[in-house]
Design a protein around this ligand. Structure first.
Ligand SMILES: [Zn+2]
Length: 108
């Protein structure tokens, strides 16, 4: 089964993050919400609102942890991400997005 990594929240989506597909986790509609703002801003907004599960239709995975999930975006070989300060994502976001895109390609 092919899965795609949401570049905003790192959830594994069934559909690629474009063509108006909506991530059930963070609620980002790709091709709409990400047109006039950056992926980093969308992620920070999601985190500041509590990193809640978005979809009223699809249930969150059992034992779902948004911060654990975000570790998928971390490329640091020496350990990864140890805090939950949303500002850190803004600072390091670009590198993480690159990694996320790589992962998405691998998954495809
Ligand atoms: Zn998402």
């Amino acid at each position: 089964m092919v899965t795609y990594l949401c570049p905003v929240c790192a959830f594994f989506m069934d559909d690629p993050p474009d063509d108006y597909n909506i991530c059930p986790c963070c609620g980002t509609e790709f091709g709409n919400h990400d047109v006039n703002t950056s992926i980093e801003n969308l992620r920070i907004t999601w985190l500041r609102r509590g990193a809640n599960w978005w979809s009223p239709v699809d249930a969150a995975p059992v034992n779902w942890d948004p911060y654990e999930q975000l570790n998928r975006l971390i490329s640091a070989p020496s350990g990864g991400f140890f805090g939950v300060n949303p500002l850190m994502f803004g600072v390091a976001g670009q590198k993480q997005i690159g990694k996320g895109a790589e992962l998405a390609q691998l998954a495809a």
